[in-house]
Design a binder for this molecule. Structure first.
Ligand code: ATP
Length: 364
């Protein structure tokens, strides 16, 4: 870790207050810097011996390495780190209004104007990261934090973020089931893993903001639609069911269609997202649309309005996080995060038998 301090150095400098949240790897508390009275969030990773702990600490090291080098208005800033005997403390900029997830649940869905305001910031934050070859890899409404009531957002939770080389790819399988890109679920040892995965996840978040429910869900599995969550994602089978999408304009659907393209090479880049008419509010003309980009993409016929289908709004999930609610296949015990290849990380995914065969990593 970048800095090592004597035991309880954190508590000498900060007063610990109430808990703000809990993730898979850490607990987050409100804290106050004694010398200035300024409020921060502190993410505490408790150290226990064991394999799972080692992989937790690997992820933590990654999170610190990424956060140390970044500074952008839409990326949560790391103020300080303390590596103590029993815990590691990350002192982070405070996001007092909490998760975007709760904001959507409270409002049921967001207006196009509010969503646009949000996505200008998210695209700019991700562009900043992508320009530095950093891929977030775990974008979801729980990792987008609100700084104020005026929908000022910051990207958080860089535990899975990775600094990649131009040509680099990894076979690690990670992310959160409902938001992961199809290429991450694709079988084979050499899953290509690029910046495009963030654009896919942002597309899923954009979809959720505008209608209040996710594009892919095991809830849709039926005799007429026999696709598991992962099959829906891998084939890009989603639609814009009526009446939920009736009042959303075509430019928004056009942008989502270009973000959630199964083939990563044909998916919009973050720069293309930033130039899209829905964001610039130019009319969606022939010249503006990316002619040919999505020609011949399988499943695009599915992306149509007007299919009347009952969907469960995020708000009726009742504060249980979507990602924790929806497993990867019917009757699956799939955990929130799944890994392959790295044996220490793989231990975290639980026994292979607990997961349906089509979800298992090829090397298992
Ligand atoms: P995950 O299981 O998603 O990997 P994690 O263990 O890495 O989670 P975080 O997602 O970073 O932990 O934090 C857990 C929760 O704590 C967040 O969802 C959020 O509610 C809260 N939180 C985290 N950072 C902050 C912050 N800077 N300000 C306010 N709340 C925060």
């Amino acid at each position: 870790y970048p800095r090592s301090r004597t035991s309880s150095a954190f508590l000498q400098q900060y007063t610990l207050l109430e808990r703000l949240g809990k993730g898979h790897f850490a607990e987050v508390f409100l804290c106050v810097e004694k010398s200035t009275g300024r409020r921060y969030a502190v993410k505490i990773f408790t150290k226990h011996p064991g394999t799972e702990e080692r992989s937790k600490m690997d992820g933590l090291q990654q999170e610190i390495a990424v956060l140390m080098g970044v500074s952008h208005p839409n990326v949560l800033c790391l103020k300080d780190t303390f590596n103590e005997k029993n815990a590691v403390y990350l002192v982070l900029e405070l996001a007092p209004e909490g998760e975007l997830f709760n904001h959507i649940v409270l409002k049921q869905k967001l207006s196009e104007d509010e969503t646009r305001k949000l996505f200008v910031q998210l695209f700019q934050g991700i562009k900043y990261l992508h320009d530095r070859n950093i891929v977030h890899r775990d974008i979801k409404p729980e990792n987008i934090l609100l700084v104020d009531k005026d929908v000022h957002v910051k990207l958080a939770d860089f535990g899975l973020a990775k600094i990649i080389g131009e040509e680099s790819f990894t076979t690690t399988l990670c992310g959160t089931p409902s938001y992961v890109a199809p290429e991450i679920l694709a079988e084979g040892r050499h899953r290509k893993y690029t910046k495009a995965v963030d654009v896919w996840s942002l597309g899923v978040v954009l979809y959720i903001c505008l209608c209040g429910f996710p594009p892919f869900s095991d809830e849709l599995y039926s005799r007429d639609f026999p696709y598991t969550l992962s099959q829906q994602i891998k084939t890009g089978k989603f639609d814009y069911p009526s009446p939920y999408w009736d009042s959303v304009g075509d430019p928004a659907l056009d942008l989502i269609d270009h973000m959630m393209v199964v083939e990563p090479g044909r998916r919009f880049t973050i720069d293309q997202c930033l130039q899209h008419p829905w964001l610039t509010q130019k009319p969606l003309g022939v010249a503006d649309s990316t002619d040919g980009l999505v020609d011949g993409i399988g499943g695009l016929d599915m992306h149509r309005r007007g299919i009347v289908r009952e969907r469960t709004l995020l708000s009726s999930i009742n504060s249980v996080h979507l990602s924790r609610k929806v497993p990867l296949g019917p009757n699956s015990n799939q955990p929130l995060k799944i890994y392959a290849k790295n044996p220490t990380a793989q231990a975290k995914a639980g026994p292979a038998e607990a997961r349906p065969a089509d979800e298992r990593a090829p090397e298992e």
